[in-house]
Structure formats: structure tokens, C-alpha cells
Write a protein that binds this ligand. Structure first.
Ligand code: MG
Length: 218
């Protein structure tokens, strides 16, 4: 099957919240609120293993996000040890980052999966060391007055321009420690899973929860 290929804009459009433009990590902290210890070099940020996850200072509800990542080449490593990281939406819902290139069937632990919940529709991975893109349309959970989830969060995702999630319902927390309350604006968290994964060009367009209910014919 030849999947639909759409090339999303690499350059942040006007009005986008640029979280990382290749220069510094001033829009992130570590989980304790201190400056992150990840390295910035060559226009990208690089996980420094065992210095911990990084957390965006800004928090978001619904959004569109563009992000690029690169996994190291670890030919001897198996499974979850192959260039593991993760992109946590609102700090709750992890889109797995892993070198799953070559896997015939991408499973719920593979790159592009909502970790341990929903596998990507197809394996859209490029080989290790190639830069890859995630373009994410995220709809946050809807809550009632009691703070209960009444509509689960949903996401549509393109990996390298290929649709890997089509309005996928996210069935709650995927693991890891959230830093925000479910249903409240939450930060983007990038995972230190001990591997030398890199990220670059990260920007978000916050979206309103709905359009106007006004009907204006003509
Ligand atoms: Mg991970």
C-alpha cells in the first residue's frame, strides 16, 4: 500500500510557538524545574543519558505540532533498547520514539505507537541516523465539572509525511510521571530513555477547542 504522503511545512508559520529553533533550551526545564542538561549542537538538541526528561515551560490544550527526531544506529541493540525516547503530549500520552526501521509489523511498543496502546497504522520509519518528522494534530481530553474525562484525547499523526494515526483515541495515561493534571493544559515532555536520540525544529500551533457556533449564511 502506498500511503498518502503530505509534506508539512518545516518552517514555523506565523503565530506558531517555537519551542526549539536549534539555538538553546531556554523553553525547557528538567523535571525539577532546573535548566536541562541536554546538549545543543549543530542546530539540534541531544539527549545526555541519565540527565532526565525535559519539559516545555509552556503548557498546551489542543494543538498542531511539528517536531523532528533522529535515532542512533545501534545494530546490536534489540527491542526497546534501539534508540528509545518519547514525545509526551501534555506529559501524559507518549508517542514512542524508537529505531523500528525494518520491522515488518510495527507494534504497540514501536516508533509512532501510543506507547503500549495503539500501534501506528503502518511502519513509516526511516533508517537509524536519518532525521524523521512527526506532525501531530492533538485534541485534549474533555472533562466534566467533576474533573472526570468524558471524551478521551485523540490524535492524528503523520510520520515522515505518512499517516500513522487517523483520529486515534488515546486510552488514558501511557506511563511515566505526568507533571500536569489530566485535562488541564500540559507541557510537551521529551524522554531521556538512556539513548543518544536527537530532536530539532519543534513548534506548536495552539488550537481553540471549537469554532464559532454562529451560523452566518452568505
Ligand atoms: Mg520511549
Amino acid at each position: 500500500m502506498k500511503a498518502l504522503v503530505m509534506s508539512a511545512s518545516k518552517n514555523p508559520p506565523e503565530g506558531a510557538v517555537v519551542l526549539f529553533d536549534g539555538k538553546d533550551l531556554s523553553n525547557f526545564t528538567d523535571r525539577e524545574g532546573n535548566p536541562p542538561k541536554w546538549k545543543v549542537r549543530g542546530g539540534a538538541m541531544h539527549v545526555v543519558p541519565r540527565t532526565g526528561d525535559i519539559v516545555s515551560k509552556k503548557r498546551f490544550n489542543d494543538f498542531f505540532m511539528h517536531l523532528e527526531f533522529r535515532c542512533p544506529d545501534l545494530p546490536e541493540a534489540k527491542g526497546q533498547a534501539r534508540g528509545n525516547s518519547g514525545v509526551f503530549l501534555q506529559s501524559w500520552y507518549e508517542i514512542q520514539v524508537l529505531d523500528s526501521s525494518g520491522a515488518k509489523v510495527a507494534g504497540t511498543g514501536d516508533c509512532g505507537a501510543f506507547y503500549s496502546q495503539s500501534a501506528p497504522l503502518v511502519n513509516a520509519c526511516k533508517p537509524a541516523k536519518a532525521w524523521q518528522t512527526y506532525d501531530v494534530f492533538f485534541r485534549a481530553p474533555r472533562m466534566n465539572d467533576k474533573g472526570e474525562v468524558v471524551e478521551q484525547p485523540r490524535a492524528t499523526i503523520l510520520q515522515n509525511g505518512i499517516v500513522i494515526h487517523n483520529n486515534t483515541m488515546i486510552k488514558g495515561h501511557t506511563g511515566g510521571r505526568p507533571v500536569s493534571e489530566e485535562g488541564k493544559p500540559g507541557p510537551l515532555v521529551l524522554q531521556d530513555h538512556g539513548d543518544l536520540v536527537s530532536f530539532r525544529n519543534i513548534w506548536i500551533i495552539p488550537l481553540p477547542p471549537a469554532g464559532s457556533s454562529e451560523y452566518q449564511p452568505g
